[in-house]
Design a protein around this ligand. Sequence first.
Ligand SMILES: [Zn+2]
Length: 353
Amino acid sequence: MCSIFTAAGENLGLTTVVIDAGHGGKDAGCVSKDQKTYEKTLTLDIATTLAGKIRKAYPEVKVVLTRSDDTYVTLDDRAEIANDAHADLFISVHINANEKTSPSGYSVHVLGQSSNKNRDLFANNMEVCVRENSVIMLEEDYSTKYQGFDPSDPESYIFMMLMQNSHREQSLRFAEEVQSKLEGGPIKVDRGVSQDPFYVLWKTSMPAVLVELGFISNSTDLAALRKQSGRDDLAQRLFEAFRDYKKFYDESLRFDGGATEPARERRSRGEAAAENDGTVYAVQILASGRPQNDPSIFMGYTPMVIEAGSLSKYFIAVSDSREEAESKLPKIRRKYPDAFLVEIRGENVVPLR
Ligand SMILES: [Zn+2]
């Protein structure tokens, strides 16, 4: 994602979301032990309810469903729908299952390498990935269509795991939003946010999250999922995650790092640069075309503001030591995915790569 300013400096914000109801048609997904409940039915119900809620609250937002009835859609087609729509966010809704009846709870997944380096590549969520990706094998010509990707072959995952995903930070942000909103809901156990090689997430070129809303194999989760009120509650929680992420997204106006910005900038506040030769280092968290007065945007930080042309730029972790400012960057990026290190010298703000 690059600059999202129009000529007038207006933020275009989050304008298109794609909601993906997992499975469908000949692909039932997980099935309850009594064969009465299919994952594909639950995901469609929750996805369409979520879509309705977003459309009602944000008539200006384009909401696209990858399917709106019981039809089979390939994983490639799902990703293509999202890419063609130039979606700003992709939400894939699934229900989990296990051979045992005890596992329960919700989990949220973004594409990526496991965040725990010691974790066995094929332990933990790999079983879930293999199952969710196995729909590929329903395609008769899958080996040509998916360029040799075999969902049952561990080696097929290596490349996907190592792929650099430029949307990982934003995906993680939305995933954490989903995780926190699901807390206290009809599915009780929080199984956390993790980075895993889901094919459909790999193929989408926007922030993308896959959520597993409980286990069809667990009686408590299944009872909640069978109730319309339970599914509506889950859709409402996903909606609230969307709402808060959209708010953050729309207010965190990002730009291309300053290359096209005016070189001369006027510092309106902040004394840190006064000493030495006036050079300080900081982390830029936002650049906005309009003043940001809502303290919640700054999440407890009190940023230094520099006016640059029509933009207000916001900096935190201001220090005369580059190392010190840089050391705070990873933590800051958890909250501000697009934050970057800058050098502030006299009147100039220079992004450091
Ligand atoms: Zn699924």
